[in-house]
Write a protein that binds this ligand. Structure first.
Ligand SMILES: NC(=O)c1ccc[n+]([C@@H]2O[C@H](COP(=O)([O-])OP(=O)(O)OC[C@H]3O[C@@H](n4cnc5c(N)ncnc54)[C@H](OP(=O)(O)O)[C@@H]3O)[C@@H](O)[C@H]2O)c1
Length: 258
């Protein structure tokens, strides 16, 4: 029997991930879209909306053993992973001591370990012409106080993805680091814990639909990085020319944090 061509989208229950699902559902080359998140109800709602092409898989990606179990599940399926969108992630807008050590480490577990473990799990199920889109952020271009772990995890995702892309060239697998600026999603609900020193000012908030469209277009054009919007491009350019200390000072001024 022929292999089923599938896409895997993590963090599909909300925001940016949901936009990718909406865009991929009309792709005739895809037989199924595996949608991953912790929220069964929201994933079932996606299936009700888009039909049987949607295959929900409930998983907490901050636990490596669960990703191993997902790998076993993939082995039991006759699939070719055409697209993996490593999107699940979260931020906290606060000082280093406003959250517990466990919470700090959980953010790293999801934003970094989850991305690496799921990617490495899926590569053996990929053929020439497959794509991995890892969701980084504009925040990954420089250190960002009061979002310190989040920005560091996104710097990892950006650098890791671009280097992995070079290594995977011989297999014909393309990796794209997607680096959005602010987008209108539910990220803020989990990130804003009401901290005294927190991120409160957001500029040029983009529609996740437009950013997702551009990300897919860039991936299909074999780009190793996808940046949506002139303002985001400008910000990344500035990080090349200004010292990081100066950028951090400007950021604190912009946020009104002393
Ligand atoms: N919004 C922005 O301004 C912005 C900017 C740059 C980059 N990004 C990045 O875009 C990605 C998507 O975020 P978003 O903005 O769409 O936020 P969102 O609306 O809060 O979506 C986050 C998604 O991640 C999933 N998730 C969270 N923890 C998880 C876990 N432990 N295991 C499995 N899934 C988990 C959530 O699903 P469940 O809660 O159902 O598990 C949800 O579907 C993130 O990587 C984020 O860093 C966002």
């Amino acid at each position: 029997m022929d292999k089923r061509n599938i896409a895997i989208v993590t963090g599909a229950s909300s925001g940016f991930g949901k936009e990718f699902v909406k865009l991929l559902v009309s792709d005739k080359e895809l037989d199924e879209i595996f949608v991953l998140s912790r929220n069964e109800e929201k994933l079932e709602a996606l299936k009700s909306e888009y039909g049987d092409k949607i295959k929900p898989y409930i998983i907490d990606l901050s636990f490596p053993d669960r990703i191993k179990m997902f790998g076993e599940y993939l082995k039991s399926q006759n699939v070719n992973v055409k697209i993996l969108i490593n999107n699940a992630g979260y931020a906290k807008f606060c000082s280093y001591d406003d959250i517990s050590i466990d919470e700090s480490l959980n953010m790293i577990n999801l934003n970094i370990n989850g991305v690496v473990a799921l990617g490495l799990t899926c590569i053996p199920f990929m053929e020439k012409g497959s794509h991995i889109l890892n969701i980084a952020s504009l925040a990954g271009f420089q250190p960002v106080p009061y979002m310190n772990i989040y920005s560091a995890t996104k710097a990892f995702v950006k650098n890791y993805s671009r280097a992995l892309n070079v290594e995977l060239k011989e297999k014909g697998i393309q990796v794209t680091a997607v680096c959005p600026g602010w987008m209108k999603t539910n990220l803020y609900e989990r990130a804003d814990i009401g901290a005294e020193k927190g991120i409160k000012r957001f500029f040029c908030v983009a529609s996740p639909e437009k950013v997702a469209k551009k990300a897919l277009k860039d991936a299909y054009n074999n780009k190793d990085i996808s940046i949506y919007g002139l303002h985001v491009k400008l910000c990344t350019l500035i990080t090349r020319f200004l010292p990081e200390n100066v950028i951090m000072k400007c950021w604190l001024l912009h946020q009104g944090i002393k």
